[in-house]
Design a binder for this molecule. Sequence first.
Ligand code: AVI
Length: 358
Amino acid sequence: MNPGFDQSSIHLALAHQSSTRQVSTSKRLANGYPSDLHLGDLGLTDLHPTPHDIERDALAGLSCSPKRLSSKYFYDARGSELFEEITRLPEYYPTRTEIALMETCMPQIAQAIGARAHVVEYGSGSGRKTRMLLDALAHPVAYTPIEISRTALLDSVARLQTEFPQIEMLPVCADFTRGVRLPESTRAAARTLVFFPGSTLGNFSVDEAVALLRGMRVAIGQHGAALIGIDLQKDAALIEAAYNDAAGVTAQFTLNLLTRLNREIGSNFDLGGFRHRARYDIGAGRIDTYLVSQRRQTVQVGPCAFDFETDEAIHVEYSHKYTDTGFAQLAALAGLQVIDGWNDSRNWFGLRLLVGRF
Ligand code: AVI
């Protein structure tokens, strides 16, 4: 626990919680959305983005000045594999630091959250952090990962289902930025816990992050909480190295976005015609990643042709790094309050527990 967090407040905030929800006897979405959207043995709710969604977003982003593409499309099967590889790189400190932090603090975190949670994870990743959380929590009733990559989602849920047979798995294949309707667990949960590790929040613009946090506040309601991982501001060289690894895996990860667009929406980006660039902006407290055109060229995307100058950059990713004050202010804009938090011993990475202000 960090000095600066008032431990008593979390207990006050969560102690009065009890379930008033009806036990549902069949899998269905909380808002009554029909159960036939569940596909297969794992009860997959499939709201995967269509090529039409991807093309619409790509056309909108490339029509902006400066041009941009959304980092959410990094995570096709290959992109998810490359991201896993990034997490093992010597320069990429966030994942190993967060995991070490969870190893140390998980008992305290689990106690602060309480028993019988329905854990809703925004993204599913490798499942390693999920496993640590589900292992530590007292009697979690259900687990809902919301993940845009169908492959990553199914892989992680299949593994978790065998390890945690007592926890109901309710995966949702969807873009969690778009107000996903949550499935309701068969057994009543005492609270919803949104789990958003990895500092993925940092990949959104400030406005998008506030909108996402607002959505979390709705998802957790009056009795729930959100556990969010945040990468903290630190030495600029250390941060920049994490996004410019010597082995070039991050560059492959960034360029894979163009491979995906070519495959899924039939664009004709020349992979050799763009380079990865990632710079830390100290003032803004964030990494900006670009794909930079190596020459004058024209790229066809759906019905539109886009001209690029030499050195013209497409913005493809933000990776915000936070201060405690900055994060608390961001959360407050979304009606959320940080009630507890844990940092690693070097203050490189933090986990924060938030509840809604109602
Ligand atoms: C998933 N997200 C938190 C990663 C990050 O650090 O912003 C994605 C990433 N991009 C390049 N390297 C890692």
